[in-house]
Design a protein around this ligand. Structure first.
Ligand code: MG
Length: 250
C-alpha cells in the first residue's frame, strides 16, 4: 500500500532528509586512502545522533553499521569494518539514512578515493546522471516504469548494466515502503505517481554484467564478474509542482 504524505509530513521528511544528506556529505569528506570504513561509519553515527536522530540502518535486519559502505565490485550493503582500509583508486559507495520526527531520509553517493581511473570516473558520472534522469520522471501522472526506463536507457546507451536484484522503494515512516522503484522498466507501466508519494530512487549500475551475488557475510552484494559498480540515491517527493529532492544537505 502506497502511503501519501501531507505537506506537514513532507516538512518532517525534509528534515530527516537534510540530516541524512549532511551525514552523507560528511562521509564523503572522510573518504581518503588509509581510512577504514569503520572510521567513516563512526563519523556518520556520531553526527546523526548529535542531531537527535537515529541512524536508519543501525540494527535494521541485524545490520551492524550506521552506513552501508561498498567498495569497487561491491554493489550495496557493505559492512563497515576496521579491517577495510581505503586505497587510492577505490570507488566507495556510502548509503546512509536518518530517522527523526517519525520519518526516514535515505540517500547514497559513490565517492572517488584518491586518483581513480577514467573508466571508473565515467561509471560514476553516468550513474549520477541516470539518477537525475530518473528524478525528472518523478512527476504526478507518470508511472513507476517511466522512472526506471529513464535510468535504464541512460546507462545502457553507455554500455553499463542495471542491477535487477535490488531496487529503490517508497520511504516514509518506514525505511522501505511501497512501491518498489526498479531502475529498469517500460514507460507508462506500473504504479501511477501521485502528489504526496515519497520514493527513494537509487540506480545501482555495473560496468559489466548486471548479475550480483551475496557474500558469505550474508549482506555484501558484489558483481558476479568482479567489475566495479556505482550507486547514487535521493529521497524524492512527488508534488503538484514537480519532483522535490528531500535529501538536500545544508
Ligand atoms: Mg534506499
Amino acid at each position: 500500500m502506497v502511503i501519501l504524505k501531507t505537506s506537514r509530513e513532507l516538512q518532517k521528511m525534509r528534515e530527516a532528509g537534510r540530516i541524512s544528506a549532511n551525514a552523507l556529505k560528511l562521509a564523503g569528506t572522510a573518504v581518503e586512502p588509509g581510512v577504514s570504513t569503520l572510521e567513516i561509519d563512526t563519523l556518520v553515527r556520531k553526527y546523526i545522533e548529535e542531531q537527535g536522530a537515529k541512524p536508519s540502518f543501525l540494527g535494521y535486519g541485524g545490520f551492524k553499521g550506521s552506513a552501508c559502505i561498498s567498495i569497487n565490485e561491491e554493489v550495496v550493503h557493505g559492512i563497515p569494518s576496521k579491517k577495510r582500509i581505503l586505497k587510492s583508486g577505490d570507488i566507495v559507495s556510502v548509503d546512509v539514512g536518518a530517522f527523526i520526527g517519525g520519518f526516514h531520509g535515505d540517500n547514497a553517493w559513490t565517492f572517488a578515493c584518491g586518483d581513480i581511473s577514467e573508466e571508473s570516473q565515467r561509471l560514476l558520472d553516468a550513474t549520477r546522471e541516470s539518477l537525475f534522469e530518473g528524478i525528472k520522471q518523478a512527476v504526478a501522472g507518470n508511472r513507476i516504469g517511466d522512472i526506471g526506463n529513464a535510468v535504464q536507457r541512460y546507462v545502457e546507451a553507455r554500455n553499463y548494466s542495471v542491477v535487477r536484484d535490488y531496487v529503490g522503494h517508497g520511504v516514509g515512516a518506514k525505511l522501505h515502503e511501497d512501491p518498489s522503484v526498479p531502475n529498469f522498466g517500460t514507460p507508462g507501466r506500473g504504479v501511477r505517481l501521485l502528489p504526496g508519494m515519497t520514493i527513494a530512487i537509487e540506480p545501482m549500475i555495473n560496468m559489466g554484467t548486471h548479475r550480483v551475488k551475496v557474500l558469505s557475510d550474508g549482506w555484501t552484494a558484489v558483481t558476479a564478474d568482479g567489475k566495479p559498480s556505482a550507486h547514487f540515491e535521493h529521497s524524492v517527493a512527488i508534488t503538484s509542482d514537480g519532483p522535490v529532492i528531500l535529501t538536500i544537505p545544508d
